[in-house]
Design a protein around this ligand. Structure first.
Ligand SMILES: Nc1ncnc2c1ncn2[C@@H]1O[C@H](COP(=O)(O)OP(=O)(O)OP(=O)(O)O)[C@@H](O)[C@H]1O
Ligand SMILES: Nc1ncnc2c1ncn2[C@@H]1O[C@H](COP(=O)(O)OP(=O)(O)OP(=O)(O)O)[C@@H](O)[C@H]1O
Lengths: 227, 227
């Protein structure tokens, strides 16, 4: 895809880099020449310009881009002005970053429906992660159902999966087992490699380092995680 | 849990609020009285102090807390100093925010192993989301396997799940179907309610608004999503 990222701060810069790594054509824009130079070799193009300058902004291939994203952070005013200019010119898909609820309502009033909240979205994930001990990762399907990646509760180590009877006991479904192992690369550094092993054989013995991917209702998952 | 959050900016503030909503005892700390006042009613306690002041910091119930998190952002120096003070005093679990790779290596040198990167973590999720069209949500199990929430590919609407034969055709497993529907609350506002319906009956007819939760290897998922 052809993507224009305006604002190459911590969020915009990382996003531009990741999108470029995934094979997209990414143009990065920033008013700071240092930020532009830091991204020069990682993107298709890195351009230094002040995005609130409508003349300068319209020289970009805006109409030709699949996505234009405004990632300017602290400077709320600039973020809003740039968003308004882009809304006026008309782009295929516009996504803007919001700094706070008031800023967000201004963006919505401008007709922007895809809004990113980098700090708040990470805060939400970490709040969930910190509250579910032993849960390495989780994925909400809806308000009541999730899929979680969790270390097997200690009291079942040594039993077979059939004896543990997680479905009968907790009403949760084990989708697959993941094994994490340390592999040393030829540079001598250790990295964690994880192997997805598939749904457990009923006769398989539960090992202490089995990581389970489990699906179920949140209340049932909580009881299962707490053992 | 008892949690102390130092730095109530966009990230720290949201995190403190979310943790408090989940029933934890949260003490929020910030050097700005405005930030402290904004959080007063949402947390157990909100305290105004300069966290780089070791005397002031040690008056907090540090040893008694399960988690202490340094969420100071822009002020790299302050973040490092506060982290160093906490490492010295010794807390049960210390998590610090890193602003950039150099800052992160300093934190690691100080012995901090749990590090948050709010902007970079959100950038990663959005890069993935933008690249997988039609994928509403995804959950990495490891480098090669994921679980994705995706709208059913249009060409299968009207067929039965058995005829569609997703497992045979793409080597992906449909874990469950989710139905999203609009419900109007008595305030007249519409909200989206999603119903997790479980694994599909082979004779069930695929509807255009079926949302599938699918598990498989990333390359197979890509082919499936692209239809
Ligand atoms: N008018 C503008 N035109 C182009 N770029 C801009 C403009 N205003 C700000 N920027 C750039 O946007 C980037 C991100 O914005 P800023 O640094 O203000 O926010 P931030 O909250 O620190 O961002 P992040 O959290 O992503 O690091 C910066 O690199 C800045 O140079
Ligand atoms: N020495 C300190 N003691 C206590 N609080 C501090 C100190 N230094 C900074 N803070 C607070 O930390 C909070 C977050 O830091 P800051 O605003 O510098 O970073 P930020 O990148 O804008 O954060 P965010 O992205 O979370 O909004 C601010 O509310 C600030 O008042």
């Amino acid at each position: 895809m052809k993507i224009i990222i305006i604002g190459l701060g911590n969020f915009g810069g990382h996003l531009a880099e990741k999108l470029a790594q995934r094979g997209n054509e990414v143009i990065g824009v920033d008013s700071s020449i240092d930020k532009v130079n830091a991204m020069k070799d990682k993107l298709t193009h890195a351009i230094c310009l002040n995005a609130t300058d409508q003349m300068a902004l319209s020289n970009l291939p805006l109409k030709n881009s699949d996505i234009v994203m405004v990632c300017i952070g602290e400077n709320e005013g600039a973020n809003i002005i740039v968003t308004a200019i882009l809304k006026n010119i008309g782009v295929n898909r516009l996504i803007s970053r919001a700094i706070n609820p008031l800023h967000e309502s201004v963006l919505q009033a401008l007709g922007v429906h895809e809004i990113v909240h980098p700090e708040a979205e990470t805060a939400e994930r970490w709040a969930k992660k910190l509250c579910l001990e032993g849960v390495l990762n989780s994925f909400d399907l809806n308000k009541n159902y999730s899929i979680v990646e969790v270390e097997v509760p200690k009291q079942y180590v040594g039993k077979t999966y059939e004896d543990a009877a997680f479905k009968e006991r907790y009403n949760v479904t084990v989708l697959t087992i993941i094994k994490h192992s340390e592999q040393s690369s030829f540079l001598g550094k250790n990295k964690i490699v994880s192997n997805v092993e598939g749904a457990p054989d009923p006769n398989r013995i539960i090992a202490a380092d089995d990581v389970l991917v489990v699906f179920g209702e949140n209340n049932d998952l909580q009881k299962f995680v707490r053992g």
